[in-house]
Design a protein around this ligand. Structure first.
Ligand SMILES: [Zn+2]
Length: 443
């Protein structure tokens, strides 16, 4: 669907935009043409625009693409690059009504979902992926990395069903959400059959290698196999790492060592790292130092971790969220992401990274002005870099993928969470949610 009038990128022209990743106080004028930012300058500078255009408020703009060219006045609202949610499970999202989890524990979630896996049809999985991705888009997420279950124990047909659903969904979501697919390789040391399946996955067009080695019996061996495959196929690695309250779970150490050995710095990501929070600070610092040196990135998943971890504690209750501030201070890039949404692993969530930013703020004690700026980076620039996204950001020459929020600065965004969002991909409006508020007149 390229070239039709509805799908053609609009010529966009904004004034009075706040760009908090550039400056907390300045206002900017921006222009996009053919889906790419062509001009970004401080508001005080005269715009290079000879023909006068009508100026309209954002709330009065026509998003259908049929109107005459206008200047849209953002009235100080923040314009952020499209959010990047780099750890989701789109294939499982919204399955809670079917699967359930009475205890609420990670163990029961894994058992229940695994037990149901053969019953989900390809159409059903695809529908869940698309619905969840489009919900995330409505909140401003234009880039997603999803981990995918790969239940080879039930046979190839069932395992590849999810992959086929995901490949089709990725294609159908093009132009709206850019999706990266990371299959979770079978746990434990992989035999010939598993390795052949992994090779097949790479040939099918998966974007990288995932898994949860800490749940298997020989995590070191499996991690070594994942690195070997990544080297062979030239793919990045993103593993669930040490999603446990047990301070002795340290698979990230093996990841850091192999990252250094293979020279894969910047191409390896470790999600969760809950046990890092459970171990003594000196031991954690040593591991964090190894990650920083090797170039291993981190993803914190505060919603799922706060819900699932600390279940065996009788008090004080651990929250399971990794050492976000210590990782950042050591120079490890840390993204914040959604993880599971309304499935047996986590009954809440809506795919809104502003909510995840707020939860990160609570869990990691990040409420100072600098912290809030960091939180914005943890849902935009940092995951974008870890995901290897090209032409990302609000820069001339970058793709005009953005979300406008109804907040003038970061604190206002995290306080009110901006129910209104205006989202565009490649210069084309794709989703607008605008809060309608009515107040009774004075009696
Ligand atoms: Zn996960």
């Amino acid at each position: 669907m390229v070239g039709t009038k509805e799908d053609a990128p609009m010529e966009l022209h904004f004034i009075n935009a706040a760009l908090p990743l550039k400056s907390p106080t300045k206002r900017y004028e921006l222009k996009a043409s053919k889906g790419v930012w062509t001009y970004i300058g401080e508001q005080a500078e005269a715009a290079a625009e000879p023909a006068p255009k009508r100026t309209v408020k954002l709330t009065e703009a026509d998003f259908t693409g049929g109107a005459e060219p206008v200047v849209i006045d953002l009235e100080g609202r923040m314009l952020l690059p499209g959010f990047a949610d780099m750890h989701m499970h789109l294939d499982k999202a919204h399955s809670i009504a079917k699967v359930g989890n009475r205890s609420g524990t990670l163990l029961e979630a894994i058992q229940n979902y695994g037990g149901m896996a053969p019953q989900f049809t390809k159409a059903e999985i695809k529908e869940r992926i698309k619905t969840t991705a489009l919900a995330a888009l409505s909140h401003g997420t234009t880039y997603i990395r999803t981990h995918l279950d790969f239940h080879l124990a039930y046979g190839k047909e069932i395992a590849f069903r999810t992959m086929e659903a995901a490949l089709e969904a990725r294609e159908e979501l093009k132009g709206k959400v850019q999706v990266q697919l990371f299959p979770m390789l079978p746990r434990g040391q992989m035999g010939d059959q598993e390795l052949a399946a992994a090779a097949e996955l790479m040939k099918l067009g998966m974007d990288g290698l995932g898994g949860a080695p800490h749940l298997g019996e020989t995590p070191e061996r499996q991690i070594a196999q994942v690195f070997e495959l990544a080297g062979r196929y030239g793919k990045p690695i993103d593993l669930h790492a040490d999603e446990s309250d047990d301070p002795a779970r340290r698979t990230v150490v093996t990841m850091a060592k192999l990252t250094a050995e293979y020279g894969f710095g910047g191409k390896v990501t470790a999600g969760h790292l809950c046990s890092l929070a459970a171990m003594p600070p000196g031991e954690a610092a040593e591991i964090i130092g190894m990650m920083a040196e090797a170039g291993v990135g981190a993803v914190t998943l505060p919603a799922a971790n706060m819900y699932l971890q600390g279940r065996d504690d009788t008090g004080p209750f651990r929250r399971g969220v990794t050492r976000v501030k210590e990782l950042l201070a050591a120079g490890v890039p840390v993204a914040a992401a959604s993880d599971n949404i309304q499935d047996p692993f986590h009954p809440f969530g809506r795919g809104d990274l502003v909510q995840i930013g707020l939860l990160t703020a609570y869990a990691a004690h990040m409420g100072a002005a600098d912290d809030m700026h960091t939180l914005l980076r943890m849902i935009t620039e940092i995951p974008a870099a870890l995901m290897g996204l090209a032409q990302y950001g609000t820069e001339e020459g970058a793709k005009a993928n953005f979300v406008i929020v109804d907040a003038q600065h970061a604190a206002q965004l995290f306080i009110q969470e901006s129910p209104s969002r205006w989202v565009a991909v490649h210069g084309r409006w794709v989703s607008v949610s605008a809060l309608h508020r009515w107040n009774a007149p004075e009696a």
